[in-house]
Design a protein around this ligand. Sequence first.
Ligand code: HSE
Length: 301
Amino acid sequence: MRVHVQVPATSANLGPGFDALGVALGLHNEVRVSEATRVTVSVEGEGAGLLPTGEDNVVARGVRLACEAAGRRLAGCAIQCVNRIPLSRGLGSSAAAWVGGLVAGNALLGAPLSREALLTLAARAEGHPDNVAAALFGGLTVACGGADGVVAVPLPVPAALGWVALVPEVMASTAEARALLPASVPHLDAVFNVQRVALLLASLQAGRTEPLREALLDRLHQPYRLRLFPWMSDVAAAARAAGALGCVLSGAGPSLLAIVAGDAPAVAEAMEAALRRVGVPGVARVLRVDPVGAQSRVDEP
Ligand code: HSE
């Protein structure tokens, strides 16, 4: 049997929702997995020639994790990846690899694990739950790690919103971007973010877009990460001048995500031009929200 999994790119944090919010975007990796006598991995597209092609490949580790959690053994598997999510850009390529492997492994075994169980496994493997929750559930999700696993709740996303991802041609390490964050923050900054993340969720729930101008601001991670991405403020200002409601660091960067109620292509153009002015090449794409998340089907019985 061969299973086919499609898994979306994700943008985590959305400004104030550090390690809690994520949105799934309409840019997908494909994973095909069939049972075999040993583990082999082929990679086409993003990461070809860079990603490992043996047991240490993250998709292969995800398949193995699903088998272990289900208490089943798989001698090996043949994995074919077609990757469209750029690597190390803050668009959830590693979350997509864990989720792709877990969902494929689970499908190969006849789906013994629930999506909630897969979420907890993926969040533990990834180290934070925001990208993996959006990749699994689709749409905009709130995720929270608790004593009994990860709880995730999807939220409605107003159809009037446009999403623009600016992807610079530089890679960044999530570990490095996390190492820049302080162990504690001023109480005032915590309150600032609590107010904004609550306003963001209430606005989305109510289908109101104007409050997002305030609700997308953050003091918990972006100010500290400016050191890695000093051009962030200029590009965000250009996005807002072109009509974006806000522009945030996508996950741990370097990509930026603008949220737009009006002309998304104009915002994309303004962001690209602002990045070019500081001498960094990059491409902005208008993306839709993926409302469903990772999907699997049987390719060959
Ligand atoms: N919430 C994580 C971070 C997302 O900002 O470090 C990483 O993709």
